[in-house]
Design a protein around this ligand. Structure first.
Ligand code: SF4
Length: 336
């Protein structure tokens, strides 16, 4: 059955928007999708004219769509931004090496400069080597902590004003759900804000915060964007996987559940009696940390001492152990 586009543009609808249920033609879907992101950028004051913005680019659908749409909106609305791509190479054979090839194609197609920073050059370890040492259980903890810091370092090297990440509404709803299930209200507050910034680090923003994952896939498909869709060989992160499956089930019955959870998370995080950790700087690498040593340095110390589990769990506990054992050479003990 032919359904007319609900904007009354005169064309036939070819899709039903997952977020609103509207029947739209391709052009009206593009317009609605791009305009919503533009409104998010304007309402959240994400950028200032003259800013240099690094798009955190993995080669996946989210960051590819983000780079494409930011370039388009920058031209359409004359934001006055300089856009660059920033990628982190975790050193995962069969995954990141391939996805970085897609980022390089995006660099050429979108004419944006690209900087790639690898775990190997920053930490002296690749994820392949880390997994060899620690196994497949806590690999995402290492990878997530190292990536956050590597992005900060790359942004500082590029001298950008802001890093735009491709976190979408589904990612955010999952993270909110996980933080609620863990009772971690401090993290809940941080994850719901559209711009995260702490003293001494470059702000990060999420222009796709209210954009549904299904619509990102549709947009990339209809625009014929070139992205990499293989999952990491070291996935899955089991806890997030459960939260994702739960949300997908709920979404089938009630598509608005993603936005509902985001709005609930935003309202909960408005409480002013939440104790947020005091931010300082890591005594070793100088990056932002609420402990003497930041999480990345603790994890790295554990790897280098042959104690990979040291940084898993509370960073404060690991800091205490490191302080108490700072003169002990564990590697030598193990060899002995
Ligand atoms: Fe890193 Fe885990 Fe993501 Fe793989 S799944 S890229 S190991 S965080």
């Amino acid at each position: 059955m032919v359904v007319p586009c609900s904007t009354r543009c005169g064309k036939n609808a070819i899709l039903k928007r997952p977020k609103t249920g509207d029947a739209l033609c391709k052009e009206c879907f593009f317009w609605a999708f791009e305009t919503e992101i533009h409104n998010t950028i304007v309402k959240g004051s994400l950028f200032k004219r003259g800013n240099t913005v690094a798009v955190a680019a993995s080669g996946g659908k989210d960051s590819t769509v983000l780079a494409y749409v930011l370039k388009l909106l920058n031209q359409r609305h004359d934001y006055g931004l300089k856009l660059v791509l920033l990628s982190v190479d975790e050193g995962i054979t069969g995954y990141r090496d391939d996805s970085l090839e897609t980022v390089k194609q995006n660099r050429d197609e979108y004419e944006m400069p690209l900087k790639i920073l690898s775990y190997e050059e920053v930490y002296g370890w690749t994820m392949d080597a880390i997994v060899k040492q620690i196994g497949r259980k806590n690999n995402c903890t290492f990878c997530g902590v190292f990536r956050r810091q590597a992005l900060d370092r790359g942004a500082a090297m590029l001298g950008v004003d802001c890093v735009a990440t491709g976190h979408n509404a589904d990612d955010l709803a999952e993270t909110i759900l996980m933080n609620i299930l863990r009772g971690d209200i401090a993290r809940l507050q941080r994850c719901t804000t559209i711009i995260t910034e702490s003293e001494g680090s470059i702000p990060r923003c999420k222009p796709l915060k209210y954009t549904y994952e299904k619509e990102i896939v549709m947009y990339a498909y209809f625009k014929h964007l070139n992205y990499f869709s293989t999952e990491c060989v070291f996935a899955p992160n089991a806890y997030r996987g459960h939260a994702r499956a739960f949300l997908k089930d709920l979404e089938k019955i009630r598509p608005s559940v993603i936005m509902d959870i985001i709005h609930s998370g935003e309202s909960m995080s408005l409480r002013d009696d939440v104790n947020l950790p005091q931010r300082g700087t890591c005594s070793r690498c100088g990056f932002v940390s609420s402990q003497k040593l930041c999480k990345a340095c603790v994890l790295l110390e554990g790897l280098n001492r042959g104690l990979p589990k040291l940084g898993i769990g509370k960073t404060s506990k690991a800091n205490r152990i490191l302080e108490e054992t700072k003169n002990i050479d564990f590697k030598a003990l193990a060899d002995f």
